[in-house]
Write a protein that binds this ligand. Structure first.
Ligand code: NOJ
Length: 582
């Protein structure tokens, strides 16, 4: 055969093969109930409070270079995204939640070059970066506010909310961080009051001003263009205000969620933000605070709304109180939120963050005997629920609350101003201090415990907040080399979640709702079913299982064994297991 006709036959054969394969019935895809998979649904978020994570230059304050040093550690956790609390220039009245320049890095944290290498280092390791965007308010040191307060006719005047004093005192508004609980601050420079829902150093931005909105979208695009992968919208549910300032019903003036959140205009702003920013980038967006009820939460995040992606609702994390909490309430709250979001919208799952005391101290038992088991149980919970899990730095180790007995030890503006307010209102200050010791945000902000060296390896200087004295036992170095540690259990859990999409997308069903000490639920997808059993007690608990589930393969267990007695399981104190009950 001539060379040219040989090539012709080959080509004909290839064409025939292509035609045949196109006519073939498509291969049966494995049946799956993953509708609408998204990377941010599958993400495991690790939250870093940069001030407390790792100090690279000995000034006692964590910084971006410090985080860069620890990227391999972060990767080793099996998390896939990091949410960084604010890193922008700030006078730090509220540790970065008072931004004075949204396009620059806080000096204590480093430079823009450090940020760029942090982002690049994360992306090299397949870790996404979510930025905190704080635009319900700015700092009073932001140029916009300096201009705004300088005169009544300054072009920036309407960037904030002002009330001219000649109209008398403005209608009462509550402030969460103000020492007098008053959200209006008088400013003699222009004889007017400005509004601040948080501290007086955090004036609220006027979102009804289109110029403010455009400024914010430009800032968000600046960061999205750099390549960040998401935004967490700080306190945004309060951004819209009824500027006629109606009087709230007597007794409800401080009802922050009911009367201050989700005011008219908010959804318009979010839709505009989505169109201007989110729709143009592959970024995730988180609503801090999910409104007054399920309807509000859905409106924020349902897919066809084109607003945000993930609800971050507080009803769960608000459950533990100084007086304790009820497992029945925990089951009820997490179950109802899951059921509400089973079809549309998506939830964040978390038990702690920088606004809370430590997870194990609030939800578990931080005594020597049970700290390890109960932290593992809580991490099993977070990583086996439907929704996107968030682990707060240090909770992968079982870091605990610190013990402060004097107000002078606290750094948090909420604690300090709250103390002043309680004092002036004649509260029982002993009780106040005990409650603060249990619930203060500073508990959750003590430096990361890396090793047993001075200051837990966090800094070579004086840490901005004391290191918890238990750092010799609870630290990365010790736990890394112990196969039974909280840290290695956390790693096993992230691994399990990543290998089993059922843990992300599978249906959740509460079982044994009446069991007084065990939180039990199934996760089901297609023909797979997992059973999660969590003994929230320092005593053993028995669960009788209907079917022959007891002897099912164990996917993860925070003890080395599981006591099976016929069709019952006897769970040890704080035992947490996941069984494959197909
Ligand atoms: C919510 C943040 O999580 C908190 O830390 C901050 O103090 C307030 N918003 C004010 O920005």
């Amino acid at each position: 055969m001539k060379r040219s006709s040989f090539i012709g036959v080959i080509c004909l054969f290839l064409v025939l093969m292509v035609v045949l394969s196109c006519n073939q019935k498509p291969k049966e895809q494995p049946k799956t109930s993953i509708d609408n998979a998204q990377w941010w649904k599958e993400a495991i978020v690790y939250q870093i409070y940069p001030r407390s994570f790792k100090d690279s230059d000995g000034d006692g304050v964590g910084d971006l270079k410090g985080i860069v040093e620890k990227l391999d550690y972060i990767k080793s956790l099996g998390v896939t995204a990091v949410w960084l609390n604010p890193i922008y220039t700030s006078p730090n009245a509220d540790n970065g939640y008072d931004v004075s320049d949204y396009r620059d890095i806080m000096e204590e944290f480093g430079s823009m070059a450090d940020f760029d290498s942090l982002l690049a280092g994360m992306h090299q390791r397949d870790i996404k970066l979510v930025m905190d965007i704080v635009v319900n308010h700015s700092s009073d040191q932001h140029e916009w506010f300096k201009q705004s307060r300088s005169s009544r006719d300054n072009p920036y005047r309407d960037y904030y909310h002002w009330w001219p004093a000649e109209k008398g005192k403005p209608p009462y508004r509550y402030s969460l961080f103000d020492a007098k609980g008053d959200a209006w601050q008088y400013d003699s420079l222009t004889n007017a009051y400005y509004l601040h829902y948080f501290a007086k150093q955090q004036p609220d931005l006027n979102w009804s001003n289109p110029k403010v909105r455009q400024e914010v979208y430009d800032i968000m695009k600046f960061w999205a263009d750099k390549g960040v992968d998401g935004f967490r919208l700080d306190a945004f549910q309060f951004a819209a205000k009824d500027t006629t300032y109606p009087k709230f019903p007597d007794g409800f003036e401080k009802d922050f969620i009911q009367y201050y959140a989700m005011q008219d205009g908010l959804h318009d702003y979010l839709k505009e933000m989505n169109e201007e920013v989110f729709s143009k980038y592959d970024v995730m967006s988180v609503a801090e605070g999910a409104g007054r009820n399920f309807e509000d939460a859905h409106k924020l995040v349902d897919q066809d709304r084109n607003e945000l992606n993930l609800a971050y609702a507080f009803e769960g994390v608000d459950i533990p109180k100084y007086e304790g909490y009820d497992l029945a309430t925990m089951k009820e709250v997490f179950t109802k939120w899951d059921q509400e979001f089973a079809e549309d919208g998506w939830l964040s799952i978390f038990l702690a963050n920088h606004d809370q005391a430590r997870m194990v101290s609030r939800w578990g038992n931080d005594s020597e005997a049970f700290r390890s088991a109960s932290t593992k149980l809580l991490n099993t919970f977070i990583l086996s629920m439907r929704g996107t899990p968030y682990c707060y730095y240090g909770d992968e180790l079982g870091m605990t609350n610190i013990d402060f007995d004097s107000i002078s030890q606290y750094q948090d503006i909420a604690a300090i101003n709250g103390y002043q307010k309680a004092l002036s209102e004649g509260e029982d200050m002993d009780l106040f201090m005990e409650k603060l010791n249990f619930g203060s945000r500073d508990n959750g902000r003590t430096p990361m415990q890396w090793d047993g060296s001075t200051n837990a390896g966090f800094t070579s200087g004086t840490p901005w907040l004391p290191v918890n004295p238990n750092f010799a036992e609870i630290n990365v170095q010790v736990e890394d080399s112990d196969s039974n540690s909280v840290l290695n259990h956390f790693r096993a859990m992230t691994q399990l979640r990543k290998q089993n999409p059922i843990l992300v997308y599978g249906d959740y069903k509460l079982i044994m709702p009446e069991h007084p000490t065990v939180y039990a639920y199934t996760r089901t997808m297609d023909d797979k079913k997992l059973l999660v059993l969590l003994n929230f007690s320092k005593e053993s608990s028995t669960v009788s299982l209907d079917k022959n589930w007891a002897a099912s393969p164990i996917l993860i267990n925070n003890y080395n064994d599981l006591d099976i007695i016929d069709n019952s399981l006897k769970l040890k104190p704080f035992q947490a297991v996941i069984l494959n009950i197909n």
